[in-house]
Design a protein around this ligand. Structure first.
Ligand code: HEC
Ligand code: HEC
Length: 404
């Protein structure tokens, strides 16, 4: 037998053919039972076997049993394989890994048990332009991982048809500890929130009808949705739940500050001085460990006459909520510029200058801020040093959270 070309052996059931070059690492002796052409040979021998059996009545009986078994076994295997195809494997359910010192989460994600597969589906959707009208505006176009899932160095983000969002895109992490979403608290769950950008004309400008049609045309998505939600149908609710699983499971708690709290490293003297100043002047609204109390406050920012944004009042209709905006977290603040609900400041220094001397009086202004916050230039520098310790680089570059 030569190398390359077709080989042939009679293994007792008929001729077996194989291509030698296909299996260069196999010796012919170890390569067995490759039955491509064996079946006709088998059937040609069957009548002789049957004849011999008719000679003995007992054997005839056992042959009948064998024949029944020969039909039943493949049949049951076939039925079994059909049900195996329909049965979905159990999901790998996960619970949130609550960082040391964090309180209990406030979102219970009822009716949407998180699984590794659900989070992965949410991640795919989050990075996929398929959710937007022209394919160009996935969630990740405005919520960029490198900026803590906010928009890097933009006051407001770009949406469909190159429009601008009316507010600055907030960072997305530790959302399980937040009871309401958006700068004015317009949404109570991440599931509910996820529908807004998809259908919003200045965000993704798409309809659920179209999104569902596109997803149903995609084989990989069909399989993933079926696996996670155990139904062949894809509904808006499933898309929203998958996005809730991804965004709700984003946790950032491994900054220099966290390592300092765990006793793993020390602060420099400037960072330490900044930490003390922070506790004195800022922690009442931005308390540790989340660096926000998720309340709504007016910190005396002058109204932008173009945007005319009155914050929480636009949701509740109460004049007592005028100019109140959600206290944002300060975790990862150094890399999440621009700042404030409309992104009006692009450096932390500008933010501090506002607290020191830019506060505008109005009836709903926080009483604590009426006289401003006094910080010397040195103290402002120390404060910035401290705020920089809140950057969690491992979160910002975690490949498990990046574009799949
Ligand atoms: C065109 C830019 C843009 C796109 C695309 C976008 N967002 Fe946003 N997102 C924003 C802006 C701006 C806000 C703030 C809205 C407000 O407060 O009124 C926001 C707010 C949020 C919030 C609330 C966060 C908080 O702390 O209050 C969540 C959650 C969120 N987006 C998730 C998503 C998801 C999921 C998608 C994709 C389905 C998405 N976003 C697509 C710009 C965008
Ligand atoms: C009375 C409550 C209160 C106090 C005190 C306070 N803040 Fe804030 N902070 C807020 C609110 C509310 C916002 C959002 C305002 C808006 O966007 O309209 C904010 C926004 C910020 C932002 C912008 C973050 C972002 O992602 O846009 C930074 C930075 C910040 N504060 C730092 C500080 C520092 C540093 C101190 C102490 C010197 C401080 N804050 C004191 C309530 C407060």
């Amino acid at each position: 037998m030569e190398d390359g070309g077709w080989g042939m052996v009679d293994d007792g059931w008929g001729m077996t053919y194989f291509h030698i070059s296909t299996f260069p690492h196999f010796h012919i002796s170890s390569f067995s039972h490759f039955h491509i052409f064996s079946f006709p040979h088998f059937f040609s021998r069957l009548p002789f076997a049957v004849c011999r059996l008719t000679l003995h009545e007992k054997m005839k009986k056992s042959f009948t049993i064998l024949l029944i078994l020969a039909v039943l076994i493949p049949l049951s295997w076939f039925i079994g394989s059909c049900t195996r195809f329909d049965r979905t494997e159990p999901l790998d359910y996960v619970t949130l890994d609550i960082p040391d010192g964090f309180p209990a989460p406030v979102q219970d994600f009822a009716g949407n048990r998180f699984s590794r597969e659900g989070i992965e589906l949410g991640r795919r959707l989050f990075y996929d332009g398929i959710l937007s009208k022209d394919g160009n505006y996935p969630c990740s176009s405005c919520h960029q991982q490198i900026a803590g899932f906010g928009t890097f160095e933009h006051d407001r983000s770009h949406g469909y048809n190159n429009s601008h969002t009316l507010r600055n895109a907030p960072v997305l992490f530790n959302l399980a500890w937040q009871d309401k979403f958006h700068w004015d608290g317009a949404f109570s769950s991440l599931r509910e929130e996820a529908a807004q950008p998809i259908t919003g004309q200045i965000e993704m400008a798409e309809t659920f009808e179209n999104v569902i049609r596109k997803l149903k045309n995609d084989g990989a998505y069909r399989i993933m949705f079926r696996r996670v939600f155990q139904t062949a149908d894809i509904r808006a609710e499933h898309i929203q739940k998958a996005l809730e699983q991804f965004t709700g499971s984003l946790i950032s708690a491994n900054s220099k500050y966290d390592k300092f709290k765990r006793g793993e490293i020390n602060f420099t003297s400037d960072e330490q001085a900044g930490y003390v100043l922070f506790q004195q002047h800022c922690a009442s609204c931005h308390p540790e460990p989340l660096f926000t109390d998720y309340s709504y406050r007016n910190i005396g920012l002058p109204v932008d006459n173009f945007l005319n944004d009155y914050g929480k009042m636009m949701v509740t209709g109460l004049s007592s909520d005028s100019l109140k905006f959600k206290v944002p977290t300060l975790r990862n603040v150094d890399i999440s510029s621009n700042y404030m609900h409309d992104g009006r400041f692009n450096t932390i220094q500008q933010v501090l200058n506002h607290y020191r001397s830019g506060i505008q009086q109005s009836p709903t202004l926080e009483p604590a801020l009426i006289g401003g916050i006094s910080l010397t230039t040195t103290e402002a520098g120390q404060m910035i040093r401290f705020l920089r310790t809140l950057t969690d680089s491992s979160f910002l570059i975690n490949p498990a959270l990046s574009r799949p």
